[in-house]
Ligand binder design. Structure first.
Ligand SMILES: Cc1cc2nc3c(=O)[nH]c(=O)nc-3n(C[C@H](O)[C@H](O)[C@H](O)COP(=O)(O)O)c2cc1C
Length: 322
């Protein structure tokens, strides 16, 4: 699939995940053959103010590319300046605009999904970001609408295309639905029919078969996977292999998952230092051991580790006893 000048290898993308898709997560996703990764959403206001934490979240390296930086904001002129700074200082493969975030902190400042209530603002934001980004492709990520009564995804898709966006990702739920119920993939099909830029389908793609079914049922150009990749970077390779060969790879063994968790923890320590990195790693460890026999006993212990050595000891004990 091509997104403007960017060519992606494979049809399974790793979703932007606030508090999760930091550098270690992205490196593992790319190593596992995700076609693309995204940073956590970054505040456009934070960028133009050169806030340290914002700039740290945007730092990217070659080994996690192709990578998109996801921006949010409600002021076109700020988005333009933020896009321009992002391109100049960081040089991502693309800039994605978040029009889907339902979180109060973002929506309250009119960012994220709130923009779906004002389509002329949506258009202004996209146009401004495209202008600021210059040659770098701009994409958008949306939900179906603010709530069920007002689906705007087809309109927004057309607006985006007109305003110069190079692809649109649809998480096929309204803002009001949060993560409840199941995603309505028929919306993805409708969006695909409404626009000629690539459509990336998102929502409830949890298995290899789901990925294939979403591509077949909706005609979308690629799929994006979020929650199913938590503690499971293997999923990108499994899905890509399945889509290419029709063969479903064996699921990773417990030992392989533990080894991956240990690699992940080392990357977290490299990135954030041992004290902070290990504490941040605890929630990922909880995800890695999902489905393990005895996970309910192991998990609380993993949530207390403070060093890599603690974590390794716990895993070694687990491997000896289970
Ligand atoms: C913990 C978490 C953080 C998320 N953060 C973001 C974000 O920063 N930007 C965004 O566009 N979507 C965000 N999302 C939404 C996901 O990108 C994705 O659209 C959603 O999880 C549906 O896909 P899935 O069913 O594969 O998980 C987040 C979702 C979760 C669970």
């Amino acid at each position: 699939m091509n997104i403007g000048k960017l060519t992606l290898q494979g049809k399974v993308l790793s979703a932007p995940l606030a508090g999760v898709s930091n550098r270690p997560f992205r490196v593992l996703a790319i190593k596992a053959r995700a076609a693309m990764t995204y940073t956590e959403m970054v505040s456009s206001e934070g960028i133009i103010r050169n806030q340290t934490r914002t700039m740290e979240m945007m730092a990217i390296h070659q080994d996690e590319q192709p990578v998109g930086i996801q921006l949010f904001g409600a002021k076109p002129e700020v988005m333009k300046e933020a896009a321009s700074i992002t391109v100049e200082k960081i040089g991502p493969d693309l800039i994605d605009i978040n029009f889907g975030c339902p979180v109060k902190k973002v929506v309250g400042r009119n960012g994220g999904a709130a923009v779906l209530k004002d389509l002329s603002l949506t258009e202004d934001i996209i146009k401004a970001t495209v202008e600021g980004a210059g040659e770098t492709p701009v994409t958008i990520k949306i939900r179906t609408g603010w709530d069920e009564s007002c689906p705007v995804f087809e309109q927004v898709g057309k607006i985006a295309e007109r305003a110069g966006a190079k692809a649109v990702t649809l998480h096929a739920r309204s803002r009001a639905k949060g993560f409840s119920g199941s995603a309505d993939w028929s919306a993805i099909r409708k969006l695909k029919q409404a626009v000629s830029i690539p459509v990336i389908g998102n929502g409830d793609v949890n298995t290899c078969r789901d990925a294939q079914r979403m591509l077949e049922e909706t005609g979308c150009d690629a799929v994006m996977v979020g929650r199913a990749a938590l503690g499971n970077p293997f999923i990108f390779k499994a899905m890509n292999d399945y889509l290419e060969t029709g063969i479903r790879p064996d699921p990773p063994t417990v030992d392989e998952k533990i080894e991956m968790a240990q690699i992940h923890a080392r990357l977290m320590v490299e990135q954030f230092g041992e004290e902070k990195g290990v504490v941040m790693m605890r929630r990922y460890l909880g995800w890695y051991v999902k489905g393990f026999r005895g996970a309910s006993e192991l998990r609380p212990k993993l949530f207390q580790v403070t060093t890599i050595a603690d974590m390794n000891d716990l895993f070694a004990e687990y491997q000896r006893t289970w």
